[in-house]
Write a protein that binds this ligand. Structure first.
Ligand code: NAD
Length: 434
């Protein structure tokens, strides 16, 4: 099939590359000419394992191309997939300016029947509104499809090529059939729904996953007080098939460009129809507070006197295997530390430059590797569970720290790892070791 994907970010680029991998002819469009230049020169503007190799192979095979020319791309395609950003507005609502603009540009470029599929996460009713917007600008026939995306950064290719399910929201049977055909090679689990339900499935899924995380984090907080171990609790819960083992890892809470934004947006969506989503409000509140667990532990250790201390931070990305720092817990944690006179030394294997672009370079000492970061620090906080950190020689680590204090915000280490060391060790929802 001839496909145009609009928006070459974390979602659009991976989708475009994977559709090309399946044998389609794909044009990826972005208005950011810097991104397109990088892609045309064989580079990749984001960090996503395996993406560069797959993009290069398909580009060289002539199945994948990159351009800023949206009109030209639309005219050559039968299916247009929208994957532009829908970032949060200060109110928590999704900013639909980018998707509106892209829909207008598509309508103006139409030269025949097309399927217009929205992969971006958009509030219920947006597809219908976009269709109305487009119909006012073009006489060519088109069908709207809601095609929500469920990939996870860091395993985006695997998730795209082997999804748990594909959701297609359509009000045209023939368009639904075409989209089913396109996704058939990926999975048999294709759910065709009406458009509004498909839009809702995306928000409901993310809200449910966020709820699981906040739930286990609250259980962890109670475990700390009653002397239970949340890892054992989660294991014992997870064998129950009604619960399942995933998303039961206690830590410093979720971040990233999706869960924080989509939970807030769903609260707004409910509010617009006079429904107060009390449960989800609490999920957001718990998550916000969980970040400060690390700070509270530091305050306990240093008896409230953080000023003048040096704290090493391992991990800036909101999760491992990505360079995405949008709404990463590290932002607020580091902000709080520097605001309170703490000298922060920080390191992340791939997310350092994105973090600096967001946070600024001043006020933090940026380090080259994990051990260099820990040098002469009063305490070390692990905020992202990169593999690199779990492989560190803890014996060596304790010699470079000024004091062997480790706050493990992601429960990477365990008692066995720490045996024979002098670490004062705090994790989340597990007994501390002194
Ligand atoms: P992103 O910010 O990484 O990328 C969006 C891209 O769209 C940018 O490169 C931007 O330049 C481009 N763009 C904006 N307006 C454009 C226009 N008019 N024409 C051409 N290009 C335009 O965003 P993302 O993380 O890929 O997310 C995209 C959508 O997918 C969002 O709605 C998000 O909620 C949803 N989503 C994201 C993830 C994820 O893990 N990142 C997962 C599932 C769903």
């Amino acid at each position: 099939m001839n496909i145009t994907v609009i928006g070459t970010g974390y979602v659009g680029l991976v989708s475009g590359v994977c559709f090309a991998e399946l044998g389609n002819r794909v044009i990826c469009v972005d208005k950011d000419s810097g991104k397109i230049d990088t892609l045309n020169a064989g580079g990749i503007p984001i960090y996503e394992p395996g993406l560069k190799e797959m993009a290069t192979a398909n580009r060289l095979a002539g199945k994948l191309s990159f351009t800023t020319d949206l009109s030209g791309a639309v005219r050559q395609s039968d299916i247009i997939i929208l994957a532009v950003g829908t970032p949060p507005l200060p109110s928590g609502e999704a900013n639909l300016a980018y998707i509106d603009q892209a829909a207008i540009e598509i309508a103006d470029a139409m030269n025949g029947y097309k399927i217009v599929a929205v992969k971006s996460t958009v509030p219920v009713g947006t597809n219908e509104r976009l269709a109305t917007l487009m119909r006012a600008r073009t006489n060519y026939r088109f069908d709207s499809i809601s095609l929500p995306e469920f990939l996870r950064e860091g395993s985006a290719i695997q998730d795209t090529l082997h999804p748990d399910r594909i959701v297609i929201g359509a009000d045209s049977q023939s368009a639904a059939d075409t989209m089913t055909l396109l996704h058939k090679p990926l999975t048999h689990q294709i759910v065709v729904t009406d458009i509004r339900s498909a839009e809702m499935i995306k928000y409901a899924s993310n809200a449910f996953l966020a709820t699981k995380i906040s739930f286990i984090n609250e259980i962890a907080n109670i475990c700390e007080k009653v002397g239970a171990d949340v890892t054992q609790v989660a294991e014992g819960m997870g064998y129950d098939r009604r619960i399942g083992p995933s998303f039961l890892n206690a830590g410093i809470g979720y971040g990233g460009s999706c869960f924080p934004k989509d939970t807030r947006a769903l609260i707004q969506i409910a509010g617009h129809v006079d429904y107060e989503f009390k449960l989800l409000r609490s999920v957001v509140e718990v998550n916000q507070d969980q970040r400060f667990n690390v700070i509270r532990k530091l305050e306990t250790i240093f008896e409230g006197e953080l000023r003048g201390k040096t704290v090493a931070i391992w991990g800036l990305a909101f999760k491992p295997n990505t360079d995405d720092v949008r709404d990463s817990p590290a932002i607020e944690i580091i902000q709080h530390l520097v605001d309170n006179g703490v000298k922060v030394r920080a390191y992340d294997p791939v997310a350092m430059s994105n973090f600096q672009a967001l946070f600024g370079k001043a006020r933090v000492t940026w380090c080259e590797n994990p051990l260099d970061t820990a040098q002469d620090a009063d305490a070390l906080c692990l905020l992202t569970e990169w593999d690199e950190f779990s492989k560190i020689d803890l014996g060596r680590l304790q010699t470079v720290l000024k004091r062997p204090i480790l706050i493990d915000g992601r429960n990477v280490f365990n008692e066995e790892n720490l045996l024979g060391t002098e670490f004062v060790y705090y994790s989340v929802g597990r007994p501390s070791m002194n």
